[in-house]
Design a protein around this ligand. Structure first.
Ligand SMILES: [Zn+2]
Length: 300
């Protein structure tokens, strides 16, 4: 079990058809295990991911850098460098780098921050969009990828600004508003091709406009699930986070995704699993489970 970022490889690379993609381990956060597993009793979930003395479990902040034919696409950006010490203690944030492990990972994959063409957000929660902006040298907040266009669901952006008490702690304005103010925010609505080989599909429930991302090349497909299924332990349909705003909607999103994943042999990418970056569903198992829990080697 990864309990510190030292245990995590910074970058794992694989291929979907002819498209190379890099899972970047942008750090760890520690969230309440009960909240992560909703109605699942602790004796069941703690066999999958052990908790610490504060009942928290380690979660990856795995981002995906996709070398699509027409654009270098970064999917989600972790937590970034703007939060207070108190915040970092509560959520056990461990992501330091230059300025964070995300940027270190982009360089380790062979690119510079300025090479990123598109920053694609599955949703705008702080652990997915926190690295969209960063704290600069003079303590001001600037966009982290000034040469990129940023893409999000229009509904998600509007929902993030609806500011009710249940969602307020998850959407932090300094992750979202500087991008729009810089004129870099683009929107999609529903299913859309963001660039050749990169398609977003609605997977609502965690938030009403949550989306997952398909990487498609030469008849092969990978799916960056994001929070519709944050870890491999959440593969069973009823293992749904307590954080989800509409758990019964999540249930149906997962049911539909697993059917397609089996039929089309998708490579499933897990954003928060502290061990398993990706895997495929075993078509011979009725319960959703992975064929392999190993990171697939390059070229698979
Ligand atoms: Zn998340």
């Amino acid at each position: 079990m990864s309990r510190s970022t030292d245990d995590l490889p910074l970058v794992r690379t694989t291929r979907v058809g002819s498209v190379r993609m890099h899972a970047i381990e942008a750090g760890l956060q520690w969230l309440d295990g009960g909240a992560m597993f909703g109605v699942v009793p602790k004796p069941l979930w703690e066999r999958k991911i052990a908790s610490d003395e504060r009942n928290r479990i380690p979660l990856a902040l795995r981002c995906l850098l996709v070398e699509a034919p027409g654009a270098l696409v970064l999917i989600d950006t972790g937590i970034g460098n703007k939060e207070s010490e108190k915040f970092r203690d509560i959520y056990g944030v461990d992501n330091a780098g230059e300025p964070t492990r995300l940027e270190d990972g982009i360089r380790a994959a062979g690119f510079e921050v300025d090479d990123v063409d598109i920053v694609l957000s599955t949703h705008l929660h702080f652990d997915h969009a926190g690295g969209n902006t960063r704290r600069g040298e003079d303590d001001g907040i600037v966009v982290a990828f000034p040469r990129a266009r940023y893409v999000a669901q229009k509904g998600e952006f509007d929902f993030a600004h609806s500011d009710n008490e249940r969602i307020r702690a998850s959407y932090l304005g300094h992750n979202i508003d500087p991008v729009a103010e810089a004129g870099l925010q683009d929107f999609v609505e529903g299913e859309a091709v963001v660039t050749e080989g990169v398609r977003v599909i609605p997977s609502p429930g965690h938030t009403p406009y949550h989306q997952s991302v398909l990487i498609e090349s030469e008849g092969r497909t990978a799916c960056f699930l994001a929070d519709v299924c944050p870890t491999a332990a959440h593969l069973p349909l009823a293992w749904i986070m307590g954080y989800d705003l509409e758990p019964l909607v999540t249930l149906e999103s997962k049911r539909g995704l697993w059917e397609r994943a089996r039929n089309e042999d998708w490579l499933l990418v897990f954003e928060h699993d502290p061990e398993v970056a990706w895997g495929r569903l075993d078509p011979s198992e009725e319960r959703p489970s992975l064929v392999s829990t190993e990171g697939a080697p390059e070229g698979s």
